[in-house]
Design a protein around this ligand. Sequence first.
Ligand code: SAM
Length: 301
Amino acid sequence: MSELIEVFTKDGSYSLRSTLFQENFHSLLGALEETKIKFTAPSDLQRFKGKSLNVLDICFGLGYNSASLLNELIKQKSHLNWYALEIDKKPLEYVLKNKSFQNLWSPKVKKIFLSLNQNDYFEDEFFKCRILWGDAREKINIIPADNKFDIIYLDGFSPQKCPQVWTIEFLSKVTQKLNHQGYLITYSSSAAVRKTLRNLGLEIFTIKPSLDSKTSWSWGTVAIAKFDKNKLKPNLNFKNLSLMEEEHLLTKASIPYRDKDLNSSTEDIIKKRLNEQLSSNLLSTKKWREKWGMTKSAFKS
Ligand SMILES: C[S@@+](CC[C@H](N)C(=O)[O-])C[C@H]1O[C@@H](n2cnc3c(N)ncnc32)[C@H](O)[C@@H]1O
């Protein structure tokens, strides 16, 4: 775990920091809290009570998002077909030694994680789970084409640190895996990511921050495929983008990350985008920030 450092977050849950990506796996306010509000709540899992669903977890990491999902589905007796993509086995090995993490969930979650660690696989009467180790850009191709997902979690490091999982080309592959009315859920409210998802034909929504959140105007994005307003059940956790968020998508911040052959380095993707931004006529992001009285630290792009 040389490039991973243990982090204790404010809600009492453990996380990691990657010195390679120079970023924490979770907000310091709380790893568990972040999972619940940015991933589990918008998933609206009660829809699948006693039914079956397909879920894809991209950038599994320590597995908070999937552990929380599994925990809920165990309680409500749903059937699950689950895939995960992750490049590094060390975060899973870490949580399998961390009692405090395990105590957050039903004992069955540990059983599943142990099996994923040993066999990359778990199966019983309710759950069929498979984790694919390696670069998500490549491993996503292994998932059978007819496997479409009701929920996809996208939890990579931020676009500036790990642009590989936020490019037009990768997001296009991801959105092809969404079921009708399937939800793609991410903590990111980056204009580039949102604009890309919208251009790929998805309807995008903002995850509402709590009323007492002073530092954040959004807790992420839910993108819905083949959107049919009549079929969408009211969800208290997300809503249409505000005018401020819509205008964000008209600025240079909305210029996408590109990775033509899905094998570019971080540096190449960032450099290409910077050049595109320099020659673009779009509104400057600084002007947008000034108009809406925003400091740079108030948002994570
Ligand atoms: C922010 S952390 C994920 C946190 C995680 N979802 C959780 O609940 O703990 C980002 C993860 O992305 C993984 N990652 C980075 N680049 C990747 C890639 N190209 N393909 C797959 N996984 C990648 C990292 O190893 C790290 O575990």
